[in-house]
Design a protein around this ligand. Structure first.
Ligand code: ADP
Length: 485
């Protein structure tokens, strides 16, 4: 508690605009709560449209200057923030656990993962390249260079408060773009802390601007309609992503969309079952199941379904739930009460249609937005729990008889973010790379995220990639020049 209040007392709570911390017009604020206790952690500024436009003014004013810095300068800046982040790792981790609920060990894991985007893109900043060549007619030379797209609007969700911010800010800044970022109103504190690190590292005013707001639709609409904005990058629900894409069309903005998922987790008859159980625990219970990459449907070969589900249910029943600040806790609360209610609705619907509860299946007793880690077996295919993102600690198992049926089930969704495949057959594993309609795949592993890899989906899971050598291209535009002769 002492560490918590020291941290919260020192936290900036204003809007970060043009290199300074300012209150929202008319002084509006909103509370940020701890999902484990419901208690208010801080009051932060509630930006309106005029504040958002002031942030864009700052990003626009800084744009030419930042685009004109050397790649090395931008690289050094990102690296400095990476170092600062690691110096403050304990504070950042605690802050994430407080505002979002994930267990401290996972929050520390996110500091590592989120920090890697700063390091990776500090390394990529100096590798922005182009090409040179003759045209087919032999009458001229073609020079292709890469230019920053310009001011960007970044919108992040609440489930990974640090990593979703660094995954967008780092490539944008590396490319030479300035940004306005809007964190989710449920978890704005980590982004404010991160902005403080950029300020401390000496980032020029206006390059990074942060607006916290409870008025996301109005603020986003105004920014996206502004001619000075050149790009919008969003991570969140498919529903909101579609709204933003429609708005972006009017201004012909570049867009990157990381949207929902409905990940299949395939366990074949030739899988190493202990490995599959470990993978399942990671793919499902990391972040309390609140990840777009979370395994949503366990598709298991009938011959191993008894053993796999029994082993998994035993492990799941032993998971310790509680406030994430307790080092023993493995499963924290869901983000809020509404989330817990929604998960329970999906579970009760599946049970009413015939699914069998092996463990869990209800909200936890006592306060807070806790849901019991749950395993459901024999889930009928028409249940909403198989087509919607569960975003909670619930395993659903369905069974199959052959590979074609498994693939059909896996691909029977409008989403296509990630799939997990457990098989000891190299040939089958390799085949599945082509057969699964997803942007990513884990072969005998339950977590795939890495700053050096292109993260993203196909179908309604989104457009564009974050991380890897692809991640910086989202913030660059090719410029071709013809030199005759
Ligand atoms: P989630 O289901 O993860 O909460 P949302 O898509 O609702 O996903 O939210 C993700 C982000 O999008 C948050 O920052 C939220 O404030 C923002 N957001 C929600 N609705 C809108 C909207 N209509 N326009 C712009 N941003 C929005």
């Amino acid at each position: 508690p002492a560490a918590e209040s020291v941290l919260l007392d020192a936290l900036p709570t204003g809007l970060f605009i043009g290199g300074g911390w300012v209150a929202a017009a008319r002084g509006a604020t909103f509370p940020v709560c701890d999902p484990a206790t419901g208690l208010v952690l801080a009051e932060v500024a509630d930006a309106g449209v005029s504040d958002a436009l002031a942030a864009l003014d700052a990003a626009d004013a800084a744009s030419a200057g930042w685009a004109g810095t050397s790649p090395r300068e931008r690289s050094v800046m990102l690296r400095a923030v990476f170092e600062l982040l690691h110096e403050r790792a304990d504070q950042v981790a605690l802050l994430m656990t407080l505002e979002m609920g994930k267990p401290l060990a996972e929050a520390r894991g996110e500091v590592g993962y989120g920090g890697e985007f700063l390091r990776w893109f500090s390394e990529e900043a100096v590798r922005i390249s182009g090409r040179y060549g003759g045209n087919p007619e032999g009458t001229g030379r073609m020079v292709v260079s890469q230019r920053p797209v310009g001011p960007c609007y970044l919108i992040t969700p609440w489930n990974f408060p640090l990593a979703m911010a660094t995954r967008k800010i780092a490539p944008a800044l590396a490319a030479g773009c300035t940004v306005v970022i809007k964190p989710a109103d449920l978890t704005p504190l980590t982004t404010l802390f991160l902005a403080g690190l950029f300020e401390e590292a000496g980032l020029p005013p206006g390059v990074l601007n942060v607006i916290t707001t409870r008025q996301a639709p109005a603020v986003s609409e105004a920014l996206i309609a502004d001619r000075r904005l050149r790009k919008v990058s969003f991570t969140g629900s498919t529903r909101v992503g579609k709204i933003l894409m429609r708005q972006a069309a009017d201004n012909v903005l570049r867009t990157s969309m990381e949207l929902g998922g409905n990940a299949p987790f395939l366990v074949f008859e030739d899988a190493d079952l202990p490995k599959a159980v470990e993978g399942a625990l990671q793919a499902k219970f990391r972040n309390i199941g609140q990840a777009c990459t979370a395994a949503n449907r366990f598709i298991v070969h009938r011959s191993v379904a008894d053993e796999f589900t029994a082993r998994l249910a035993e492990r799941v029943a032993g998971l310790r739930i509680g406030r994430g600040t307790d080092p023993e806790v493995e499963v924290g609360p869901l983000i809020n009460d509404e989330a817990a209610r929604k998960v329970d609705e999906l579970v009760q619907d599946a049970v009413a249609r015939g699914a069998q509860i092996l463990t869990g299946g209800a909200r936890a007793e006592g306060g807070g937005a806790f849901y019991l880690p749950t395993v459901l077996r024999g889930v009928p295919l028409d249940c909403a729990i198989l087509s919607e993102e569960i975003f909670g600690p619930v395993v659903t198992v369905v069974e199959f008889d052959d590979e074609d049926a498994a693939v059909r089930l896996a691909n029977d969704t409008e989403y296509g973010l990630v799939g997990y495949v457990f098989t000891e057959s190299l040939a089958r594993g390799t085949r599945m790379i082509d057969r699964l309609e997803t942007g990513m795949m884990g072969l005998n592993v339950g977590v795939v995220s890495n700053a050096a890899a292109p993260f993203g989906g196909v179908k309604q899971s989104g457009i564009g990639r974050e991380g890897g050598v692809e991640g910086i291209e989202e913030y660059l535009a090719s410029k071709y020049t013809l030199i005759p002769g």
